[in-house]
Design a protein around this ligand. Structure first.
Ligand SMILES: [Zn+2]
Length: 331
C-alpha cells in the first residue's frame, strides 16, 4: 500500500421524519409533562412501552400506565471516555433502570460523577431538560436519589400531542489521501493535467490514483507525466438535486466521463462548464477548464469529480467522435 500521510473526512447526513404511532406518541407526549409511561402486558408493565408483546408479537391494548419517575439500577457499566455519540460529555454510567411500577428495565445514562457512586440496587431519578420536545433525550440523565430534577427553567409540557419525530442518520468516514493525489492537485495549480505511467503495463492513469490497478505498482513523482487537456465524452449522467443538509445545487446538473487524448485514462464524474445539460452527448470533444491561476482552489483530497484548479470541461468545438465503443470507456 502507498504511504498515506493524511486523510480527508466526510459526513453524509440523511434526515427523516418518522410518525410515532399511538403508543410511542403518547410516551413522548408524556415526557414533555415530566411523566414516564409504560404499557400493561398481562400482569407486566413494559417501559418503554411497545405496541406489541415482545414474546408473541400480539398487539397490546393501549393500556398505558404511569411508572417511576424514580427507579432502581439493576446493572450498570461505566463509560470513562465519552465520545460525541454519547448522551453526556463527561464520564457516566449506562444502567438498566427498573422504574417503579415497571417490569422491564430502561437503558439510560446515570450521571453519578464516579463509578464509586454506582451500585446495583441504588435508587435513581430523572434529571429533566427545562425545554422538552417529546423525545427520550428530554431526560438529560438519571441521577442518584429519589427526587427528579429539572435543568434550568421549566418551560412546561408541549401544547400539542407529539406525533412526529425528526431523525438524522449520519455517517462520517475518513478517506486516505495518497501522496500522488496531492501531487496532481499541486500540478493543477499550474494548469497541468498530470497522470502516472506504469512501467509494468505501460498504461496511463489519472485522478491521483496511488497504485497501478493491474500491477499494484506504487506510483510516485518519477512516474508522473503531463497529459493533453482534451478528450472525448464517453458517458454522462444528469442529476436532479433533492434537498438535504449541505446540498448547494438547486438545478439539474451534469457529470461526464472524459477519455483523455493519447492516454488510457478516463476521468469520471467531471463537472461541465458553460454548457447545458441538454447538450451533453457521447462522442463530444471536450477541453479542460481551469480556475484562474491566482484563485484559491478547493482540495477535496481527490474525492469526487474535478480536483484542484481543474474545475470542469467544456465543448472544444471539434466534430464529434463516432465510435460505438466509447460508452465502454468508464475507467
Ligand atoms: Zn501497471
Amino acid at each position: 500500500m502507498p504511504h498515506v500521510v493524511r486523510f480527508v473526512e466526510n459526513t453524509i447526513t440523511f434526515p427523516y421524519v418518522r410518525s410515532l404511532g399511538p403508543v410511542t406518541g403518547a410516551f413522548m407526549t408524556a415526557l414533555t409533562d415530566k411523566r414516564i409511561l409504560g404499557i400493561r402486558n398481562g400482569d407486566a408493565v413494559l417501559c418503554p412501552p411497545m405496541e406489541w408483546d415482545p414474546a408473541t408479537g400480539a398487539e397490546l391494548p393501549h393500556d398505558l400506565v404511569e411508572v417511576g419517575p424514580a427507579g432502581t439500577v439493576e446493572s450498570w457499566t461505566w463509560v470513562p471516555e465519552p465520545t460525541l455519540q454519547h448522551p453526556l460529555d463527561h464520564p457516566f454510567a449506562f444502567a438498566f433502570i427498573r422504574l417503579d411500577g415497571a417490569s422491564t428495565p430502561l437503558l439510560y445514562a446515570v450521571d453519578a460523577g464516579s463509578p464509586d457512586a454506582m451500585s446495583e440496587g441504588m435508587r435513581v431519578a430523572p434529571r429533566w431538560k427545562g425545554e422538552r420536545i417529546g423525545h427520550l433525550t428530554d431526560i438529560v440523565a438519571f441521577v442518584p436519589g429519589e427526587e427528579p430534577e429539572v435543568d434550568g427553567e421549566d418551560l412546561g409540557p408541549a401544547s400539542e400531542p407529539v406525533e412526529l419525530m425528526d431523525y438524522l442518520a449520519s455517517i462520517t468516514y475518513r478517506n486516505p489521501v495518497p501522496p500522488t493525489s496531492d501531487l496532481v492537485v499541486e500540478a493543477s495549480r499550474e494548469h497541468r493535467l498530470v497522470g502516472f505511467l506504469c512501467p509494468e503495463c505501460g498504461k496511463t492513469y489519472i485522478g491521483g490514483r496511488g497504485v497501478c490497478p493491474i500491477d499494484s505498482l506504487e506510483f510516485g513523482a518519477e512516474h508522473a507525466i503531463d497529459l493533453p487537456h482534451t478528450g472525448t465524452l464517453t458517458n454522462h449522467v444528469v442529476i436532479t438535486p433533492v434537498p438535504y443538509p449541505g446540498q448547494t445545487e438547486t438545478e439539474p446538473f451534469g457529470r461526464v466521463f472524459i477519455a483523455l487524448d493519447g492516454s488510457d485514462a478516463t476521468l469520471g464524474y467531471q463537472p461541465i462548464v458553460d454548457m447545458s445539460v441538454d447538450d451533453i452527448r457521447v462522442g463530444m470533444r471536450m477541453k479542460a477548464v481551469w480556475a484562474p491561476a491566482d484563485e484559491a482552489v478547493e482540495d477535496g483530497g481527490g474525492m469526487g469529480g474535478a480536483y484542484g484548479a481543474l474545475i470542469g470541461w467544456t465543448p472544444s468545438g471539434e466534430p464529434d467522435v463516432d465510435d460505438p465503443d466509447l460508452v465502454n470507456r468508464i475507467f
